[in-house]
Design a protein around this ligand. Structure first.
Ligand SMILES: CC(C)(COP(=O)(O)OP(=O)(O)OC[C@H]1O[C@@H](n2cnc3c(N)ncnc32)[C@H](O)[C@@H]1OP(=O)(O)O)[C@@H](O)C(=O)NCCC(=O)NCCS
Ligand SMILES: [Zn+2]
Length: 273
């Protein structure tokens, strides 16, 4: 009995396919994914299986492909890493986005620290919408596409879409620096996401379990609108309370100047990639 209970759960490609179908993915959706491979227990074929199953059931698959090693605290900081489209994704963003970056048909946005990777129908629209002033604009593109955010074995603290809701609500943004070509340029940078679980009462979710993992799907529009609603009631409601987190600086700015709502406007070179 004990042995049976300890037997590792193996998730097969067909189990994954069934779970994705139960989440409502039928090949039409434009999606952003956040995943933990380890959360499944044992996934047959690892990130390769996860990526090919996701590509099969989505029209567009996108993900954060952040590279924090390029981030500089000041414009005069020494530059150790230059961004290029194949630069390795930070470990804490995960192995799935790294597999996406390794895919022959991937598009990756230009931002040296906060790039997004996308594959499929609207990959160009999503990745080309980004700017240094608004690094989370790819979420704005997904908002316009009525996209779906997938949390595969992770919680809202990985749910990047919420940052775009913060942006529209008018949360103060920090300034960081990134090397771009020969220059070091400023970029907007948000508070952390450790307390994003507070969004839960403001959004509806589809949920299934497969192996040991809980897979959840949300409409990007609900996440973005829900974050704005939460912040209108409680502007500090998504900031963490760790003493040494950058959220402390954001809270100070917020108390000085309050929220300054921003407009939702997505620009891109091409909508039909
Ligand atoms: C941080 C995070 C990536 C860690 O998850 P994780 O499961 O430990 O890491 P990955 O998804 O990269 O998968 C690699 C791990 O899976 C495990 N693994 C490898 N093959 C596996 C398989 N076939 N089946 C199951 N697990 C496997 C290994 O333990 C591996 O860790 P190791 O490289 O240290 O050996 C995840 O919790 C997360 O937050 N993902 C979303 C990130 C994101 O989008 N953030 C947005 C920022 S706003
Ligand atoms: Zn924080």
């Amino acid at each position: 009995m004990l042995n049976l209970m300890r037997r590792p759960t193996t998730v097969t490609p067909s189990m994954l396919a069934q779970a994705f179908a139960e989440l409502g993915l039928d090949g039409q959706q434009h999606t952003i994914v956040h995943a933990s491979l380890r959360s499944f227990g044992q996934l047959e074929g690892g990130a390769t299986t996860l990526l090919s199953e996701l590509l099969r059931v989505t029209a567009t698959l996108s993900a954060p492909a952040f590279t924090y090693s390029t981030l500089l605290p000041s414009p005069t900081s020494a530059v150790y890493t230059q961004f290029h489209p194949r630069l390795r994704v930070s470990r804490d963003i995960g192995r799935l986005p790294q597999h996406m970056v390794d895919h022959p048909h991937m598009h990756r946005s230009f931002h040296p620290a906060l790039s997004f990777v996308a594959i499929g129908e609207q990959a160009r629209f999503i990745t080309e919408s980004q700017s240094l002033q608004s690094p989370y604009l790819p979420i704005g593109a997904l908002y316009d596409l009525d996209g779906v955010a997938l949390l595969l074995g992770v919680d809202h603290s990985s749910n990047t879409s919420i940052h775009y809701g913060e942006y529209l609500a008018g949360m103060p943004l920090l300034t960081r620096y990134v090397p771009l070509g020969e220059q070091v340029v400023p970029t907007a940078f948000p508070n952390c996401s450790s307390d994003f679980e507070h969004i839960a009462p403001f959004v509806s979710e589809q949920q299934v379990t497969v192996g040991r993992a809980t897979l959840r799907a949300y409409r990007v529009r609900e996440l973005v609108d829900g974050a704005q609603q939460l912040l209108r009631h409680n502007p500090e409601g998504l900031l963490c309370s760790y003493a040494h987190c950058r959220c402390r600086e954001v809270r100070k700015m917020l108390r000085e100047s309050g929220l300054s709502p921003r407009e939702h406007q997505v620009f891109a070179h091409s909508k039909s990639a």
